[in-house]
Design a protein around this ligand. Structure first.
Ligand code: SF4
Length: 456
């Protein structure tokens, strides 16, 4: 795959990651608790499964690249207090949910869920299990920070029915780790990975990151050697999103130390080559898995879906997300909880649903969401089929996007035969740019107010 830097410059521009459509910047505060209560009441009869999420926004230290809603603190009492209110929020919400609905998926993210001590992890898990009916095949996953993890944490996860874990690794190079304030030796990662394997979790994911300061193809290649030797079931290799205007602490990263565009591309190419050689298959943006993994199968069968949990095989689930900043989703609405921890705690303490903002999905949004989802998940769209499904003339509805196809074809990002739109190998790197062609909201963007990270 040969790409020149001019092409990269052309396509490296701010763009959404499409974990929702419309995307989060379009959620509005006009959507409040009343609207969300009505939506919950309406959505109980849809027969959809449930995907639960709990957000633990605490970490021991701050990684300078962090893009999450988190607080670094050594005061565990803050987490204890938060947990008390989180349990209360879940309790309150569960009373509004039809008890016949099954939980197909549970995920704990953060921050660092394993910041909680093992006893509190057990408490949170048993609380959730006591209020909801879990399917016996439910995927139950947790993000894990290897640095402060103990074997007791692993046992607590096992005893609480977790069957998937995701380890935050990012990069094993000491220079890179120091520059981003996340120091964790390869020995530590191997030890924690060994605990996870011995515990028998059915899927172990590792998160890596490219675009970090001091990263080179040689240094990252060494990281990949070690990671591939451990052989996790899944790998997510995220691109570092440098957005210091949104995340003030990212100013702690020295911009001159960041790899330039050409190096970022080389790193992307390295990942594709090394992971493919090692037998992993591409799932979708940033994600790879073994060929027998259900995500890979779902992509091939056209049943993969993308939501706030990333890629998922649970397309027909509503997400009920708890904790500060967590985003819930039904088939026709999105709702985000209050982002600031004190405001969240006050609202829950007063018996309110801690709604900050949200959005009702309009019929046109739904149709475009499906199209963007097909691009992000299937990498192919059949214009005729899509038109029939949504009862529209694809060519007329998307005339403005189609006008831009020849340029994307010339640049090698897509193939278009007048009916089938197919993403090429190169197009996988620019998946967001291709999806952006169909985003009706981007036209409203003000160029001087970037809301998104760059696509590469
Ligand atoms: S551990 Fe994760 S959430 Fe916490 S600061 Fe680091 S990147 Fe952010």
């Amino acid at each position: 795959m040969h790409v020149d830097v001019a092409l990269l410059q052309k396509y490296s521009k701010p763009g959404p990651r499409y974990t929702s459509y419309p995307t989060a910047p379009y959620f509005t505060e006009a959507y409040g608790e009343k609207e969300w209560r009505e939506e919950l009441a309406r959505s109980q009869e849809t027969g959809r499964g449930i995907s639960l999420y709990a957000h633990i926004p605490f970490c021991d230290t701050l990684c300078y690249y962090c893009g999450c809603n988190m607080v670094a603190t050594g005061h565990y009492e803050k987490a204890s207090h938060y947990l008390e209110l989180l349990l209360r929020e879940i309790d309150h919400s569960a009373r509004l949910i039809n008890p016949a609905r099954k939980v197909e998926q549970l995920h704990w993210g953060g921050g660092t869920p394993t910041y909680l001590n093992p006893a509190d992890m057990r408490l949170l898990a048993s609380h959730m299990r006591s209020l909801f009916d879990f399917s016996p095949t439910a995927e139950v996953g947790c993000e894990v920070d290897p640095r402060e993890l103990s074997e007791d944490h692993v046992q607590a996860l096992l005893d609480s029915g977790f069957n998937r874990v995701s380890l935050g690794v990012q990069d094993l190079d000491a220079n890179v780790q120091k520059a981003v304030n996340r120091v964790q030796s390869e020995e530590l990662i191997r030890r924690v990975y060994g605990w996870m394997r011995d515990a028998g979790f059915s899927s172990i994911n590792m998160d890596l990151m490219v675009g970090l300061p001091h990263q080179t193809v040689t240094s990252f290649s060494r990281t990949l050697d070690a990671i591939l030797d451990m052989a996790p079931d899944r790998l997510a290799v995220f691109s570092y999103a440098h957005v210091p205007w949104m995340k003030k602490h990212q100013t702690l990263i020295v911009e001159a130390d960041l790899p330039d565009l050409a190096h970022r591309l080389q790193l992307q190419q390295l990942i594709f080559e090394r992971l493919t050689e090692a037998g992993y298959e591409y799932v979708g943006m940033d994600h790879f898995a073994r060929p027998d993994d259900e995500m890979v199968q779902a992509r091939k069968n056209g049943t993969l879906y993308r939501n706030f949990q990333g890629y998922t095989t649970h397309r027909d689930c509503d997400i009920l997300a708890y904790g500060a900043s967590a985003i819930s989703q039904t088939d026709s609405a999105y709702m985000q909880n209050l982002k600031k921890i004190p405001a969240y705690e006050t609202a829950v303490g007063e018996g309110r649903l801690p709604v900050e903002r949200g959005l009702t999905v309009q019929p046109e949004d739904r149709m475009r969401r499906d199209l963007i989802s097909r691009i992000m998940c299937d990498l192919v769209v059949d214009a005729e089929q899509f038109g029939q499904l949504w009862r529209l003339d694809f060519y007329r509805t998307f005339a403005a996007a189609i006008e831009q196809f020849p340029e994307f074809v010339r640049d090698g990002l897509i193939q278009w035969d007048g009916r089938l739109l197919q993403v090429t190998m190169l197009g996988r790197i620019f998946l967001r740019n291709i999806a952006m062609l169909f985003d009706a909201y981007l036209a409203q963007e003000q160029a001087d107010k970037p809301r998104y990270s760059k696509t590469l």
